[in-house]
Design a protein around this ligand. Structure first.
Ligand code: NAD
Length: 246
């Protein structure tokens, strides 16, 4: 009980609770949500939706300038301290651990972790460079593992001191995670692992620690991942001869 009292009253927890009781309202009031790949696209959209529900946000991205600009805009609209930007390379263990540690230092914990950062390279299995496979595997698959590995101990510790509270890990996957893709042989690098629409390898272990693990599988082509004129998937398909010209 003494340890529990200490944890509930320590400086960071007091700060976190005082922030949580500020003027915001919504389903996520007082919840700290860390989103990877939040400089643009899905990650930014998820962040914009969750902050309206009262969440405190950590926008983690390789692109710190982009994440910082988003955090600044959100703080201007929703109040100082509601969003912070952190540089994080999800494919690097040290970077993932440092980013989660920084998030804990700022907000006192992490309640929801959205593993969203991802890259995609289109091509043919006959010609796609191994470097494409390695890139996608490192960011989408290894990055998911490293992010979960960094944040799960924090959530498990939170659950240990507040056993009635549950925490969430949400992986942003793809509809390709549920089936096959004829034009993205590198993508199953993610889909064949913890993803494949089912995060169960983590879920079964982490549910014992008060952590729910889920995946969202979808497709939204009107995003930079598809539309970017230099690196977007539409251009990649065109260059790879995947588009039939009638
Ligand atoms: N757009 C779609 O139709 C679609 C469909 C299914 C799944 N997804 C998945 O959703 C996620 C987001 O897609 P999006 O369309 O928003 O992509 P996007 O390219 O617009 O954004 C990806 C973000 O991830 C960041 N990022 C890339 N590598 C990183 C790394 N190593 N560490 C940290 N951040 C990194 C980028 O800087 C960028 O901000 C991806 O995992 C993608 O595979 C997208």
């Amino acid at each position: 009980m003494a340890e529990r009292g200490f944890i509930e009253n320590w400086e960071a927890e007091s700060y976190r609770q005082s922030v949580a009781s500020s003027k915001v309202s919504g389903r996520l009031t007082g919840k700290v949500v860390m989103i990877t790949g939040a400089a643009q696209g899905f990650g930014l959209g998820i962040a914009q939706a969750l902050i309206t529900e009262g969440a405190q946000l950590i926008l983690a991205d390789l692109n710190l300038d982009g994440a910082q600009a988003n955090a600044d805009a959100m703080c201007a609209e929703y109040g100082a301290g509601r969003a912070v930007a952190i540089r994080m390379d999800v494919s690097d263990e040290g970077s993932a651990l440092a980013a989660v540690a920084e998030a804990v230092a700022v907000f006192g914990g992490v309640d929801v972790f959205v593993s969203n950062a991802g890259v995609l390279r289109a091509g043919s299995i006959f010609s796609q460079p191994v470097s494409d496979f390695d890139l996608v595997t490192n960011v989408n698959y290894r990055g998911y593992f490293l992010g979960v590995r960094a944040v799960a101990p924090v959530m498990a510790a939170q659950h240990a001191v507040r056993p009635t509270e549950w925490f969430d890990i949400i992986e942003i996957n793809s509809e390709s995670g549920l089936g096959v893709s004829g034009s993205r042989p590198a993508l199953p690098a993610r889909s064949s692992g913890p993803a494949s629409g089912s995060p169960s390898p983590f879920a079964l272990e982490l549910v014992e620690c008060g952590i729910k693990v889920n995946a969202v599988c979808g497709q939204l082509p009107r995003r930079p991942l598809w539309m970017d004129p230099e690196r977007g998937l539409f251009v990649q398909y065109l260059r790879a001869g995947k588009v039939r010209v009638r």
